[in-house]
Design a protein around this ligand. Sequence first.
Ligand code: GAR
Length: 188
Amino acid sequence: MKRIAIFASGSGTNAEAIARYFEGNTEIEVTCVLSNRANAGVHQRMQAFGIPTYTYAKEVWSEAHPIVEVLQKHNIDLVVLAGFMRKIEQPLTTAYAGRIVNIHPSLLPLHGGPGMYGHHVHEAVLADGDTESGITIHYVDEQIDGGEIIFQAKCEVLPDDTPDTLANRIHVLEHRHFPQVIEGVLQG
Ligand code: GAR
């Protein structure tokens, strides 16, 4: 059995799509969800799947080695960042090098880096007048949004889009592709 830990800070629609995709799978399971926010929607979404969720304070995330211990205790093979709004620090990046993937709601390297997350990304896409956007799934290294790209998918940006309508279109792409890309990574 390959074991996934999801890190999530927000609503958790991607975590839910991943949990649903692997539900009943005999080779891959979502073992747990780790969050930095006790009131994030992801906690409630995971209840329906019986997946335990844990919240850690920001000091724990900055130190990171307690997180490595949790992952090792659960025999985690792959860490999946699904709307996780904190930088991944050492020694986590080294302990899980090549085994952490992130989803970003733009076509990296466009609209990535510090401060670029969630609606900020969609606002930047609209402000720049881009005619297309999309999603990027990539490995996580020391640089924010800088790791090797695994997969990208595009969608159009419409003239009357708002950050919300664009975010909805991006979410559809994310839910369709992220679980399958994770499966592909785990199957090598
Ligand atoms: C997703 O669109 C994800 O790409 C984005 O946050 C959203 C989380 O939605 N991640 C980032 O911006 C990371 N830089 P969700 O909580 O409904 O899955």
